[in-house]
Design a protein around this ligand. Sequence first.
Ligand code: SF4
Length: 717
Amino acid sequence: TAPAALKESKATCCYCGVGCGVIVQTDGAQVVGVRGDPDHPANFGRLCTKGSTLHLTARDALQQQARALHPEIRVVREMERERTSWDTTLDFLAKKFADTIAAHGPDSVGFYISGQLLTEDYYVFNKLAKGLIGTNNIDTNSRLCMSSAVAGYKQTLGADAPPACYEDIEQADVVFIVGSNMAYAHPILYRRLEAARKARPQMKVIVADPRRTDTARDADLFLPILPGTDVALFNGMLHICLWEDLIDPAYIDAHTEGFAELKRTVRDYTPKFVADTCGISEEDLVTAARWFGESKAALSLYCQGLNQSSAGTAKNAALINLHLATHQIGKPGAGPFSLTGQPNAMGGREVGGMATLLSAHRDIGNRAHRAEVAKLWDITDVPAAPGKSAVEMFEALRDGDIRIIWIVCTNPAQSMPEQKMIREALKKAELVVVQEAYRTTATCDFADVLLPATTWSEKEGTVTNSERRITRFKPVLNKPGETLHDWEIGVRFAHRLETLWKRERTLFPYDDVESVWNEHRESTRGRDLDITGLSYAILEQQGPQQWPYPQGAQAGRQRLYEDGIFATASGRAKFVNTVYQPVAEKVDARFPFHLTTGRLRDQWHGMSRTGTVAQLFSHAPEPAVVLSKIDMERRLLKDGDLVHVTSKRGSQILPAVVGDDMRAGQAFIGMHWGEEYVSGRGNGDGTFGVNALTTPAYDPSSKQPELKHAAVKILKA
Ligand code: SF4
């Protein structure tokens, strides 16, 4: 095709929460190229290996074969699913839901959705569950990603609102990266940090991580903390700041509450105790605290090392405590800044698409919030009892308390902890509905009903990235086969259910995706994330905008809490009395290794998209367990020798490789691989990958599971 026939359109990358803008080239039938959008404020034209190969994932022949293009149903479990029509499928589903709810109540059904969905998709499914059906059993894979960050922000600052922005990277004097291999997980933001350091060589970077990752190798100071000891580290840094007069008493007095109690707690976190607990030197600990406390502007960047933990909320809160006490917040270059894992986990949080939340950062546990949402939706009430969070939902499915599960755009059979239990639960379900773009994910094997959905480059709507920036984009390709947009599927199903229930007026009066967004926008009026000054037209004309952007505003707010007024009832930030708790599963004589997990540079999640691009395997061609040289020698292992890696929940065989990033007694496995990528190497029951080993233990506040750590044994195969 002559280049003149190519069309270019703007979109965002569908992978990580940096939210890079891309310009997509199409020839009308398929995506033929991508390049970074030079005008997008997240990336200014740059793309990482994943983003720059998006066009390959979109046109790859294997991907095309893997697409779900038609609705499919099986009426008997043992049979194959058969192609059917949307009418038949949605009628069947509406009747099945109505019958089950009539017999067992609304909490007998559940929805498990995804941070890959667009904000509008999320809004519709949240309203479908909580507004129409009357259950709060809707949770999302964002529970595995950001719920500890949500809980940490809310407990301290009063709202789930990351206070900093990307530009703060250029203005920080100290950048404290903790629980994040940013060079791999948020590569374009990391490039921005590299450029900022080059421009301002006096900038200091501290990295705390159990592994000496590529991010850690670049640091001015690396703290190789033992897994799960982050709260001790942050409390220890605060102890030193107190001792050395590096806190800001005037700021604490004017803008916070609860410091006296925390001060008593951190008295016990002496440098010796913290250094011993974290496995680092006292000298390095003191240096980190001084750099942080003495700097004019300290910015913390953090991700799953803090969130995916049975103490995830305390880790987030302890870090925010440190920022509040030293007044490293609400000013340029400073603040706690959670990096979002998925492209739209932020948008999902905004519409309240989780079992404990409601629209526009409202809470199910708050009577006034429930009344406000009921009024917005024109319904009598929203159920008061919190729904089941991700792990609880699958446990309820296994136990028969939830009978129908509807899974949208996510692959829990691979990505949830304790894969074996998740798979048992899916087998126990009376009905499994899977709404997906791809028919080859591990979860699709369990689907009784498969609903084909559109995906990247075919969808229209909005996403919000880590710095609260909303981007709107339009489809560049037509819907393939009989696919529908995720929000459309939810609306069509809802209309059928409303007909069966003889509702006179629909709760879903949407003509198009913009009308869904407009309703979401109205729900934010007067809230911390107020976007009533925005519209699709403004987002199109002015480009991506940060929230809040209330009516009458000319621009979004770049940075929050600059006036020292927080989103709590008193307007004061709250110190949380954080106490160090060890990991949920301690190592012992039988399971002596700390297994940690994480991203590889060139793969994304369960690889349903990146797993078909050959060049993305050049960095890591196959799954492996990485061990220290000492442990390899002790076990008489050579690079590539096969080993059994076994936890209390499962086992798998992997090649062992030596890594100079590892401390003795620790092992690392990349999170991406499932059985379909290692045919014949699984356990015979479909389980394979790091989540055959991980624990479902979760944080009591955020309910986020401890995917980052498990105790394992490693024996030569
Ligand atoms: Fe996509 Fe993230 Fe890479 Fe940007 S940094 S191109 S959003 S994967």
